[in-house]
Design a protein around this ligand. Structure first.
Ligand code: MN
Length: 258
């Protein structure tokens, strides 16, 4: 069995190596990750120039490791289409420093990389710890290891994309595990305006978000010190077709009547 470990925090981020360490005796692990931090670049891919990948020194002995001069999604594509020999059985994206809950999945580089695995029919997990400093990686690494074992035992089969978030607490403080839905933020990023002495600038700033704290949502689980596991699919089609949309569609149909 072969596992691709990837992230958006850069090839030497501690979370990546915490998960590699936990996975190395379950399967052969190959690391392909951006050469620098790329949080928030989402699903971006580089089409305007060629990309270089350099084999670099691993932080865990014997792990083939590449640093990619590109985005997390670039790294995943390079890994799965070219760098890694033979089929990949599991893609693990993380362990990310910072939560990826609710609408974050649309801007998360961790998810951007994970999606490339999912799109190729490979079981994929994105895994994040909800803190930016003094991170406890051990519980997340253990979850990744258990899931990797599930894939090895044939219990987890594609299509499979799991978005996992953990509270930043040590193992003994984890209160449980919840299967969750994506949460909703109550407001978005803000813009701070400034002046560098020559020109005005705008700085997009991530405010501490407000959340809807309904039971069963990812944020609900993490706030209760539970591990949140959200199964993700990529059919964004809405089930609700309002009367207004029906009316508009009728008007458009009318306009195109021959
Ligand atoms: Mn990140």
């Amino acid at each position: 069995m072969k596992i691709l470990a990837i992230n958006d925090d850069g090839v030497y981020a501690p979370g990546l190596w915490a998960v590699v360490e936990a996975l190395q005796d379950v399967a052969e692990v190959v690391v392909v990750a951006p050469d620098r931090e790329q949080s928030g670049v989402g699903t971006a891919i580089t089409l305007s120039r060629p990309i270089r990948a350099t084999e670099v020194v691993p932080l865990v002995d014997g792990i083939k490791t590449y640093a990619v001069e590109g985005t997390p999604a670039d790294s995943a594509i390079l890994a799965l289409e070219s760098l890694v020999e033979g089929p990949v059985d599991l893609v693990v994206s993380g362990i990310n420093q910072g939560s990826n809950m609710g609408n974050d999945v649309f801007i998360s580089g961790t998810m951007g990389a994970a999606l490339q695995g999912f799109f190729r029919g490979i079981p994929t997990i994105a895994i994040s710890v909800a803190a930016l400093k003094n991170l406890h990686f051990a519980p997340a690494a253990r979850v990744a290891r258990l899931l990797a074992q599930g894939v090895a035992d044939g219990k987890l089969v594609p299509p499979l994309l799991l978005n996992i978030n953990l509270p930043n607490v040590p193992l003994e403080k984890i209160k449980g595990v919840s299967l969750t839905h994506l949460g909703q933020r109550t407001y978005m990023d803000v813009v701070k305006e400034g002046d560098d002495g020559r020109r005005k600038y705008y700085w997009i700033t991530r405010e501490r978000p407000g959340w809807v704290l309904e039971k069963g949502l990812d944020i609900w689980a993490v706030r209760r010190r539970r591990i949140s596991i959200t199964p993700i699919h990529t059919d964004l089609t809405s089930n609700t077709i309002s009367r207004e949309i029906r009316g508009l569609t009728r008007d458009i149909r009318q306009a195109f009547r021959p």
